[in-house]
Design a protein around this ligand. Structure first.
Ligand SMILES: Cc1cc2nc3c(=O)[nH]c(=O)nc-3n(C[C@H](O)[C@H](O)[C@H](O)COP(=O)(O)O)c2cc1C
Length: 309
């Protein structure tokens, strides 16, 4: 048991949401939360970002949908999900008893589509925040991802801000020329937090069959390989925006988690690496406490942006 003098406060706030510690699970890698609740005690973690829900059901991409590389994984799940109607009927009621913060990820194909889904899920009292998956293609504007245009992000956030009281977290794609421009657009238009990063575009080929490894040909790279990209994007955003940044990307150890916090992340989401080790989130929470004691920090908040340049 730790003595009173070595007590470390791991809690953090993202706007008006209080998290008992900075560690969450990333969207698409932890289902809707209750699946993980069967594997470990989810009341120990800060929160769970659910898989992305869209207005229509989506079957997702043809298999194979996952390919392991030496430094991460490429996935082409294709946002497979039951759609908003089934979600509201069968899944939303099950979120009620989950003992952690629930961040509901949503995706849309147009601003109106996003508005419909955000308005609908805003009724769910057990949803603590809505995470906007901005890597979705904007079908009305030529299929370009929402997250690639500062103007679209501004319009989307401004309109959504008017229709919901729930905190809105903007999850940015790293597939952009200037992440700061897009993060600033989200922050200035009413986002409560920025989540970075989503996966990076990737492809792998079996050299014997000469065929792509994934049914969808290309996919999104996650895991260790993208971690330094996340560090640099969080670092760039930290000095540019004054809303909290949630760091995601290749966290597979306490060191990775601390690095994202030193760069400027207030909280964290763990994705791919929790597949291989479901206890990883708990190990990292413990590791953050130990790091704070070693560095003589009395709270995890002191790590945020503490990189010395
Ligand atoms: C299998 C898989 C499914 C994912 N599905 C989603 C999703 O539905 N929505 C989303 O915003 N991100 C999704 N992501 C991206 C993750 O939330 C995260 O941003 C990315 O994997 C980087 O974190 P990691 O390196 O810790 O995995 C998915 C990632 C993986 C590996």
């Amino acid at each position: 048991m730790s003595s009173a003098s070595s007590y470390v406060d791991l809690s953090i706030s993202i706007g008006k949401i209080f998290l008992k510690n900075p560690v969450m699970l990333a969207s698409g890698t932890a289902g809707f939360g209750f699946e993980f609740a069967e594997i470990f005690d989810i009341s120990q973690i800060g929160g769970i970002a659910t898989k992305t829900i869209t207005s229509e059901p989506r079957e997702g991409n043809p298999p194979p949908r996952i390919f392991e590389t030496p430094s991460g994984m490429i996935n082409s799940i294709g946002l497979a999900n039951p759609g908003i109607d089934k979600f509201m009927e069968e899944i939303a009621p099950r979120l009620k008893n989950l003992p952690t913060r629930i961040i509901l990820s949503v995706g849309g194909t147009s601003i109106d589509d996003f508005k419909y889904i955000v308005e609908t899920v805003s009724e769910i009292s057990s949803v603590d925040a809505i995470e906007l998956n901005l890597s979705c293609p904007n079908v009305k504007e030529g299929g370009i991802h929402f997250g690639r245009s500062a103007e679209t992000i501004s319009r989307l956030l401004s309109e959504l801000r008017l229709i919901t009281e729930k905190p809105l977290w903007a999850k940015l794609s790293p597939q952009v020329t200037d992440i700061v421009e897009l993060g600033t657009a989200a922050a200035d238009s009413g986002a409560d937090a920025i989540v970075v990063i989503n996966t990076l575009p990737a492809m792998a080929i079996d050299i014997e069959t000469k065929k792509p490894r994934l049914g969808a040909i290309t996919g999104g790279l996650s895991g260790n390989a993208i971690h330094p990209v996340a560090v640099s994007m969080i670092y760039a955003l930290h000095s540019a925006v004054d809303i909290p940044i949630i760091g995601v990307g290749g966290i597979s150890s306490t060191e990775d988690a601390i690095e994202l916090m030193l760069a400027g992340a207030t909280a964290l989401q763990i994705g791919s690496s929790a597949f291989a080790d479901t206890n990883l989130p708990l190990k990292i929470i413990d590791g953050i406490g130990k790091y704070c004691r070693r560095q003589r920090f009395s709270s995890a908040r002191e790590i945020v942006g503490a990189v010395e340049i």
